[in-house]
Ligand binder design. Structure first.
Ligand SMILES: [Mn+2]
Length: 432
């Protein structure tokens, strides 16, 4: 018997991928874990008769000779079939988009960094010229949209977007898709969101705004969307919420929109995982209290290596500087000659002020051009240190609405960050 199966707490990407696998491996049977996400549960109860799928407890693992595992590379995340681990007589094929180290050692694999596993399977379906029914196209699109946040998560690849276009061409129904993608916001979710707004703490961790919440729940419902909404509302760079189930057991849902905080790395410390931007962990160590788990999350966040470019990597230098006595006429000459919009004013190697093109436009009288720059320069200069993160410089410039940010070490200006530098940084065009 050949089966196609996926991880417990099955999401739409997992479900779509096992159904797609049965198209690619004729004769194989789609086997769904008993525990699925609530929205997947609702989908299955409506479509039970239109998709060929059986539950893990309906299969005798002893009869399995070949197994297609999708959307996970870890034995412990499988339902029941982890008993086949280490069996040489069972062939294992892996389709996955998780790049972290897994313990499944397949005979053959298709593992690539994509927004969703279903993208990889749809590619193979297209290559073989197989036809999709509108139902299949819709299910695959839901899987793709769920894992990529409707193609907005930074893990989304151009191929994911092309796959969405293909699935729409094949008759994927957006009305149905939206219904299943949005149903995760019901009464229970509303309550959780309000509690997070009221009780969650905001931490400043190495310049990143991180929301941390602990919420008691009485039943397990789909909550990742609420965590994401909360993060957006409070404008946090990352959010971690610990859900404490009244019936015992906890789980953490994490979301991050900054490369410096990797949710996958952090939640691996709790036996979970996911992607850099999104993940979850089920806490099995019940000896830890919720307060201890919360403390451990904060400690882990503090340990996180500062990633990403530093101001020193993005700044321009050398910086054009003048003395406070320089005339405005000369300033204009320098700006035109060097094609720059800002000049730093220094005296005795010490920052005194800054003059930008905009200030020149304010000059009305001819004699003002002969006055020294110190009469017009801005003395309240916002500066940044070279070892600050490039993202902090970008943030500061937007906040203060300034186009020039001198980089200062001690009292000396060693570089300057301009809007051009920020644009190069944001679009990943920094020389590496
Ligand atoms: Mn997935």
């Amino acid at each position: 018997m050949q089966i196609a199966t996926t991880h417990r707490n099955t999401d739409f990407d997992g479900l779509a991928s096992i159904v797609a696998a049965t198209m690619l491996y004729p004769g194989s049977v789609a086997v769904c874990p008993k525990n699925v996400n609530p929205n997947v549960h609702r989908f299955l109860s409506l479509h039970k008769t239109s998709i060929d799928i059986i539950l893990a407890n309906e299969v005798n693992p002893e009869e399995v000779t070949s197994m297609i595992v999708v959307d996970t590379n870890q034995w412990r995340r499988l339902d029941r079939f982890d008993s086949l681990r280490g069996r040489d007589d069972v062939e294992v094929v892996l389709w996955d988009h998780h790049m972290g180290l897994g313990d499944i050692q397949p005979t053959w694999q298709c593992v690539e960094k994509m927004g969703a596993t279903i993208t990889l399977l749809v590619r193979a379906i297209r290559e073989r010229g197989l036809q999709l029914t509108p139902l299949q196209a819709t299910l695959y699109l839901i899987g793709l949209y769920e894992d990529t946040g409707q193609l907005t998560f930074s893990s989304t690849t151009p191929e994911d977007a092309r796959t969405a276009a293909f699935l729409l061409e094949q008759g994927a129904d957006l009305t149905i898709a939206v219904d299943f993608l949005n149903m995760a916001y019901g009464e229970m979710q509303k309550k959780v969101l309000f509690r997070l707004m009221r009780d969650a703490e905001q931490h400043d961790i190495k310049g990143k705004k991180v929301g941390i919440g602990v919420v008691n729940i009485d039943k397990h419902v789909e909550l990742s969307m609420v965590v994401q909404m909360y993060g957006k509302i409070v404008n946090a760079d990352a959010v971690f919420v610990l859900f404490v189930n009244e019936g015992g057991g906890y789980f953490i849902i994490g979301r991050s929109s900054t490369p410096e905080i990797n949710v996958n790395n952090l939640l691996q410390r709790f036996g979970g995982g996911g992607h850099p931007g999104a993940g979850s962990a089920t806490i099995t160590d019940t000896k830890m209290t919720p307060a201890e788990v919360r403390q451990k999350i904060i400690a882990a966040l503090h340990e996180i290596q500062r990633g990403g470019a530093l101001v020193a990597d993005m700044m321009s230098f050398p910086v054009t500087t003048v003395s406070p006595e320089t005339t405005m006429h000369q300033i204009r000459h320098i700006m035109e000659g060097e094609r720059i919009r800002g000049v730093v004013v220094e005296e005795d190697e010490c920052l005194r002020g800054i003059i930008v093109l905009w200030d020149l436009k304010k000059l009305r009288l001819r004699k003002q051009w002969n006055s020294p720059v110190k009469a017009f320069m801005n003395r309240q200069v916002t500066t940044i240190a070279p070892e600050a993160l490039a993202s902090e410089a970008a943030e500061l410039m937007v906040q203060k609405n300034i186009g020039h940010l001198p980089v200062v070490q001690g009292t000396k200006v060693i570089g300057i960050v301009t809007r051009t530098d920020v644009i190069n940084y944001l679009y990943g065009m920094l020389p590496t």
